[in-house]
Design a protein. Structure first.
Length: 393
């Protein structure tokens, strides 16, 4: 998302930079735990206790030190998500206006999620503004007057979303066959109907559930399922990815021949992000139906990306997906994310009805054009900036 937004800001003369945290002593294990907890999920089963706080504060102090060399009093800093939330106090002290942007949220916060809020609250609270993806995500204990609601956006001109003609799609898919790590018995046949989910290898995206849906509820011999994700060693801040991928791969090996033939686990190279994005773009465009079977989802950029490509989406009725997909109009929502049969029948019905699929896809594209393009969000960011600068005279 930042890759899309920053060039616009720089083009408008704003001197904006983007910095990324580096790993230190178990920091990403801890922040993955925080990420899971914020979704109400126990994650690795460990607590956010004093030892966790020590790891978090040590890493935050190190990063603040590095950041201080890059910033000056009067600058504005946007800190995205829980990982850099620990930098808020130091950046305030350094005289910056601080915006904390939270993409993560949960529909019905449980004790696990609330404990994660309490863990982060002392860091987040002093920020000048908080930006959440949905109003419902605002935490207890945060000042509503400082809260802004802005869903994430996509950029229609980026390699991920730019228009590609059929020839270009075919050429990129040939590169995928050659360069990606693919678990399959044979490539997707040219005339197959394709159902695709694009996601990090994460339990909350439920890739294993999708294998069960194919095995139990999708009998059409021409229907193929593609699970597309990044090569796990390419995602440094997601230490659970490799383990989740291994579980999906071992379940894939247990499928009977017919279901294995129709299932493809595709891990895309991450060394060149523009090429990775082009591969995602082509795979989404090759698909007849895009599925997002998340058990929890802050927003679900993959949903907006698919809709922008006029693809019908079948997705769980969770989190920010509910804002994007109006069931029956811009896609189909499944009320219970664990209802495999409902997913199966929604996918099969769309794969068998290209006319309805096209109508939902076209309405989806309109909805993204109206609500989730980068240029509109920039206007809101300008308002936010103006309000911070006004407050500082
Ligand atoms: N993505 C990607 N390459 C991949 C797999 C995923 O660029 O190999 C992108 C995907 O297109 C989307 C983002 O990663 O833009 C995932 O965002 P989303 O909101 O769907 O889920 P998150 O990963 O933030 O939980």
């Amino acid at each position: 998302m930042l890759r899309a937004l920053l060039p616009y800001a720089r083009g408008a003369g704003v001197d904006v930079r983007w910095a990324v945290l580096t790993e230190s002593d178990g920091f990403f294990d801890l922040t993955k735990r925080i990420h899971n907890h914020l979704h109400g999920d126990a994650g690795d089963g460990k607590e956010l206790d004093e030892a966790a706080r020590e790891v978090y504060e040590r890493a935050s102090a190190r990063s603040s030190q590095a950041l201080r060399d890059l910033v000056a009093p009067g600058d504005v800093i946007y800190l995205h998500d829980p990982q850099p939330a620990g930098l808020v106090p130091a950046m305030k002290e350094a005289g910056l206006a601080v915006v904390w942007r939270c993409h993560i949220g949960v529909d019905h916060p449980n004790d696990v999620a609330r404990a994660a809020w309490r863990f982060l609250l002392p860091y987040v609270e002093p920020a000048d503004a908080y930006v959440f993806s949905r109003r419902a995500y605002l935490w207890d204990g945060l000042d509503e007057a400082k809260a802004w609601v802005m869903p994430p956006v996509i950029d229609p001109f980026s390699p991920k979303n730019e228009d590609l003609d059929d020839e270009r799609v075919a050429a990129i898919l040939a590169e995928v066959e050659e360069e990606a790590t693919i678990l399959e018995t044979e490539p997707v046949p040219a005339d197959a109907k394709v159902v695709t989910q694009v996601s990090r290898w994460d339990r909350l995206k439920d890739p294993e559930g999708l294998l069960e849906i194919l095995a139990e509820h999708l009998e059409d011999p021409d229907l193929h399922l593609c699970l597309v994700g990044p090569e796990t060693e390419g995602v440094h801040d997601d230490p659970e990815g490799a383990q989740v991928y291994e579980r999906v791969a071992s379940r894939w090996r247990e499928l009977d021949d017919e279901h294995r033939r129709r299932t493809h686990l595709i891990s895309l190279p991450m060394d060149d992000l523009a090429r990775n994005a082009a591969m995602v773009n082509a795979l989404q465009r090759r698909s007849d139906v895009i599925v997002q079977k998340s058990l929890a989802e802050g927003f679900g950029l993959t949903v907006a990306e698919a809709m922008w490509k006029s693809k019908p989406v079948v997705a769980s009725r969770v989190g920010g997906i509910q804002d994007q997909v109006k069931s029956g109009k811009t896609g189909v929502l499944v009320d219970d994310p664990r209802d495999l049969a409902a997913f199966g029948s929604a996918i099969a019905a769309l794969a068998d009805d290209p006319e309805r699929a096209a109508a939902l896809g076209a309405a989806g594209r309109d909805h993204v054009r109206e609500s989730y393009l980068a240029i509109d969000r920039l206007r809101e960011y300008v308002e936010l900036l103006e309000s911070l600068l006004r407050d500082r005279g």
